[in-house]
Structures are given as C-alpha cells and as structure tokens.
Design a binder for this molecule. Structure first.
Ligand code: ATP
Ligand code: MG
Length: 357
C-alpha cells in the first residue's frame, strides 16, 4: 500500500479549523478504501510563530518541505501583522523556492448552491483559472526612496520572462485540451501595458500553434470581468498573470456562490518536488473561532491533492461526497446563507464517505 508524506501547515485564523476538517476527511477516505495511508507532519508556521520568533517559518523551511509528497496549507494573515510580511514570509516563501509556477483554480456552481447571478445555473459556470504563480506583478522587484518626503518614489516592477510566460501558457493549453470543451481564454492588459503584456500575447499565439485542437481567444482583464458576469457559459479554461488571476479568481469564487468553496493547487509539475494545496480564501479573522468557516473549499482542495498524488478514485469519491453535502441546503454554512457549522458539514462528509447517508 502506498503511503504519502503530507506536510500540514494550518497557518492562521480559520486555516487551523479547515485544515483539521480536511485531514479528518482525508483520513476517513484512506481508512475506507485501504488504497493508501497518509503520514502527516504538522508545522506550526504562521503569524503566532512570527510573534514569538520574528519569523513565520524557520530559515530553510522550504527545503525541509522537499522531503514531502504534498503540502496541505490553510491560510496566512493576521490583523496585527502587515499582510505583505505574512504573504512573503510564508506562502510565497514556499511557492517561489519550490517553483510551484502554476496556480490552478477550478470554479463551478456545486449542486444546491446558488450563484448570485440569477441566470446562472450549474453547468453554465464551470471554469479553471490558471494563475501564473512565479513572476509578474508579484516578482518582488522594486523599492522605495526618499521615504516620507514629497518626492518619495515607490516602484513595483512586474517581471515577465519568455521562459516563465511560455511554461504557464503551455500548462494552460494542456489543461484546456484535457477538458471537454477545449477552450482557452488568455487574459492580459496589452492595450495599456506595452511590454510584458504584449509578450504574453505573442507567446500565446506561438504556443497555440502546438494546440490546433484548442480554441482560444484573448481578453483584456477589464472586459473579462464583464464577460465572467454576463456570459459565464462562454468561458472554460482561463490563463492570466499573477495579479489579474488573483483578482479574477475571487470574482469567480463569489460568482460560484462563495469564497468558502473555492480550492487552489500550486503546482510544480516535477513529481519530485511537492506541490501545495490550499483553499483560495484567507485567514478570515472575522469568523475565526466561531466554528462556522465553510470547509468545502478545503475538501475540494484535498480532492485536488489526491488527484495530483495519483489517487483518482479517492479524489472522485471525495468530490462526490462534497456534491452530496452541498446539495443539502441544511448543510450550508452562513457564507452560503445557511446556519450549519464547520463540524456539522464535516460530520456530513464523514457520513457520505462511509456511505451512511
Ligand atoms: P487574503 O488576503 O489572505 O486573501 P482576505 O483579507 O482577502 O484574505 P479572507 O480571509 O479570504 O480575506 O476573507 C474574505 C471574506 O470572506 C471574509 O468576510 C471572510 O469571513 C469570508 N470567508 C473567507 N473564507 C471563508 C470560509 N471558508 N467560510 C466562510 N467565510 C469565509
Ligand atoms: Mg484575498
């Protein structure tokens, strides 16, 4: 039987609550089928640790993670620590050295969940957003000078490399090809941003030649928000830069019903390097400790992790359980307009997995 080494990093806020729920469900699946076991190590990395030691994770932490098969991550961010410190001190401090360059974000309207778009029902909104996860606007290049003076200057430089753009574009075309509609939309802002975004357009056209079976088009990011809202059914796979896809995927999650249902995989396609799986939402301190965090995003995330590990049967069983649970509106948490608790949703998942409902 296979055994997978999982690094669990719950992080901050509701991260701990949803990761605990996710691990319970994963353990139940492993126990039910006996196909694999999970050997989970827990890491206390996050803002509390920052308060104690001045670092969110130990030096060389990302190197320590290389020994694992996958990383199961919660969220990072706390009210008393500036957001740029927490993001760069943990999430990006893992993604960048492990070169998890493709951030994959599926979104669809699950059974029982209503989109805020009244005209949209399930199959009309079924997207995967591929977010470039290693460079672009979040390359960390720039600086500040003359601080505090009227002449103060701050620069935030976007970096786009041909190699970086090409690998994300290939990843997106491959993913689009693997989906039934074989449809890809490349998002840029190449009318206003004349260098990096034009490179995106050029590389897209070049890579497209290798994928004659994929239908693709280009959209400017502003027009894209309109299309997502008014013509959701015209989209399938979407590829965009680090910043653009960050924003579009929050919109996508909200249009599919809640940010509390949307998962993410930070992928390095090299199987010897662990990929990282997390819900797209943050630490949500406004609801932390109340027991009402929606764990569905984390369950879906867990399913993506199983699929990445090659456990397709368990991944599908987990998604089936998710759909059974969301179909029952009495199991909706407050973000979906219901009154269910994290515990209640998790118990329903465990029951669905063991076939007790
Ligand atoms: P980050 O900067 O890490 O993306 P954020 O500041 O954007 O975090 P989130 O923590 O994602 O914010 O929360 C945004 C809103 O969505 C909050 O009102 C929060 O309570 C709600 N929310 C986020 N995740 C969940 C969840 N799993 N269940 C219920 N509500 C959630
Ligand atoms: Mg956010």
């Amino acid at each position: 039987m296979k055994s997978y080494k999982i690094a669990a990093i719950p992080g901050d806020g509701i991260g701990g609550e949803v990761v605990a729920a996710g691990l319970e469900v994963l353990e139940a699946l492993a126990a039910r089928d006996g196909d694999f076991t999970l050997d989970t190590s827990h890491f206390d990395w996050g803002s509390e640790r920052y308060g104690r030691t001045g670092r969110l994770m130990p030096e060389g932490g990302a190197e320590e993670l290389r020994a694992f098969d996958a990383i199961f991550f919660g969220a990072v961010g706390a009210p008393d620590v500036p957001d740029h410190l927490t993001l760069w001190g943990l999430r990006l401090a893992i993604c960048q050295p492990l070169d998890q360059f493709a951030n994959v974000r599926p979104t669809r309207v699950l059974p029982g969940i209503e989109s805020p778009l009244r005209r949209v029902s399930g199959p009309e909104l079924d997207w995967v957003i591929v977010r470039e996860n290693s460079e672009g606007e979040y390359a960390g290049q720039g600086g500040r000078s003359h601080q505090g003076l009227p002449i103060e200057v701050a620069t935030e430089v976007s970096i786009f490399t041909r190699a970086g753009v090409e690998r994300i574009m290939r990843y997106a075309f491959e993913l689009a090809r693997s989906r039934p509609r074989k449809l890809l939309t490349v998002v840029t802002k190449s009318n206003a941003q004349r260098y990096g975004m034009v490179l995106w357009d050029e590389v897209a056209a070049e890579v497209a030649k290798d994928f004659p079976d994929v239908t693709w088009d280009k959209m400017l990011v502003d027009a894209m928000t309109v299309r997502m809202t008014l013509k959701p059914g015209s989209l399938d796979t979407i590829v965009a830069t680090n910043l653009h896809a960050d924003i579009l995927s929050d919109l996508a999650a909200a249009l599919a019903g809640s940010i509390g249902i949307a998962p993410t995989a930070n992928i390095n396609p090299d199987r010897d390097i662990p990929s990282m799986f997390e819900p797209i939402h943050g630490s949500a301190f406004d609801i932390t400790g109340k027991g009402i965090a929606n764990p569905i995003a984390t369950f879906w995330t867990a399913s993506m992790m199983l699929e990445h590990l090659g456990e397709d049967r368990a991944a599908a069983a987990l998604m089936n359980a998710v759909e059974q649970v969301t179909a029952d509106t009495s199991l909706h948490t407050p973000d979906l307009g219901g009154e269910a608790t994290t515990r209640k949703v998790t118990d329903a998942m465990l029951a669905a997995i063991s076939g007790r409902n």
